[in-house]
Design a protein around this ligand. Structure first.
Ligand code: ATP
Length: 350
């Protein structure tokens, strides 16, 4: 268990600055998830923390100790990548114990730790198998097990589930959540593209954009109080509907954001548009409505929708869930619109 601090951490590859001054702390035992668009620097930041890349400037500490120049093997970290990189000719047991043996652990200790990790990851029946005799999900669990046996202070995951199919992703994601609970507060930093992984696994999510931190907060904080249009559009699936111009003007904002679940189809008095597409997911439906702003606005309805493509509908937002943004895309709080005769009363709820 370790606490990490980053102070104005920067990384350049030649003249190209990729990480542009990151300040953050990851608390001991915290599950921190890095998200952000492709190329924003998530993996690079993880590799700086691991010591696989050298920090160009700034300070990185583990439990108060500066580790900028500490080699990866001395940092007390373990890393799990998307490709499991198991040794094909070694059994699961040998794969899991290999690092420990190299570090000089004795046989008894190796067995004890591998058995404990295998138990935790439900790999006990497979210890004598070769990687090719395992499913993708089992192989990724072996890769995680190999990291666990090293008893790291900090676990670094770089998109560990992205090679797995949908159902295995869900199962392995649940394993990772359980693992974090059972490992008594091991600090985890986890890079993902997957919204659901970020929302369900993280204690806090760090949204990166072009080498800087855009916002850090709990999943619900980011979902309910995004500090920018960028975060609003990045967190949550489907992404928040974003509207400007005459849609935003009544809310005294340059741009407004409203989630699909905070819109409803009404009989009259809403924004008029035509249904261009509807997706029935069983429990919910997403109705895509063209209100004339380019991208269709997505409305969520419970159950099966009766609205068909081509139909003209009116959609109305739940005013208390309208997010307001200025011309620079920064949040200026949520709004409530009330009062008779279209008189507006904006109540900022920052
Ligand atoms: P993705 O989600 O696509 O994996 P990412 O957010 O993890 O992206 P990084 O892999 O950290 O992004 O890359 C950030 C930027 O740094 C990219 O523009 C990438 O091309 C560049 N970059 C990464 N490693 C190097 C390197 N060794 N040399 C030069 N440029 C690099």
């Amino acid at each position: 268990m370790a606490e990490l601090q980053l102070r104005d951490v920067r990384k350049s590859f030649g003249a190209f600055e990729v990480i542009k001054g990151i300040d953050m702390e990851v608390k001991a035992g915290e599950f921190m998830v890095f998200v952000g668009p492709s190329g924003c620097g998530k993996s690079t930041l993880l590799r700086l923390i691991a010591g696989l890349e050298e920090i160009t400037s700034g300070i990185l500490t583990f439990d108060g100790q500066v580790v900028n120049h500490l080699v990866p093997s001395k940092r007390g970290i373990a890393m799990v990548f998307q490709s499991y990189a198991l040794y094909p000719h070694m059994t699961v047991f040998e794969n899991m114990s290999f690092g420990m043996r190299l570090a000089g652990a004795d046989n008894k200790e190796c067995k004890r730790r591998v058995r404990a990790a295998a138990e935790l990851l439900q790999l006990t029946p497979y210890l004598e198998r070769l990687p090719r005799q395992l499913s993708g999900g089992q192989r990724q669990r072996v890769a995680i097990g190999r990291a666990i046996v090293r008893d790291p202070k900090v676990f670094l995951f770089d998109e560990p589930l992205s090679n797995l199919d949908a159902s295995l992703r869900v199962a392995t994601r649940i394993e990772i959540a359980k693992l974090h609970r059972s490992m008594q507060g091991t600090t985890i930093i986890y890079v993902t593209h997957d919204q659901v992984e970020a929302m369900t696994l993280a204690d806090r999510i760090c949204v990166l954009r072009d080498g800087v931190v855009e916002q850090i907060g709990t999943p619900l904080e980011l979902y309910e109080r995004p500090n920018s249009v960028f975060v609003a559009g990045f967190i949550g699936s489907p992404k928040m509907n974003v509207l400007s111009g005459s849609f935003a003007q009544p809310y005294k904002a340059h741009t407004i954001g409203i989630r699909a679940e905070n819109l409803q189809i009404v009989d009259q008095g809403g924004w008029a548009g035509s249904v261009v597409h509807s997706e029935m997911l069983g429990s919910d439906s997403y109705i895509y409505v063209d209100v004339g702003v380019g991208e269709p606005v997505i409305v969520r309805e419970n159950g099966t929708s009766r609205h068909q493509p081509g139909e003209v509908v009116q959609i109305s937002p739940d005013h208390s869930h309208v997010h307001r943004f200025d011309a620079a895309g920064r949040s200026i709080g949520r709004a409530e619109m009330s009062g008779a005769h279209h008189e507006l009363q904006i109540i900022v709820k920052l």
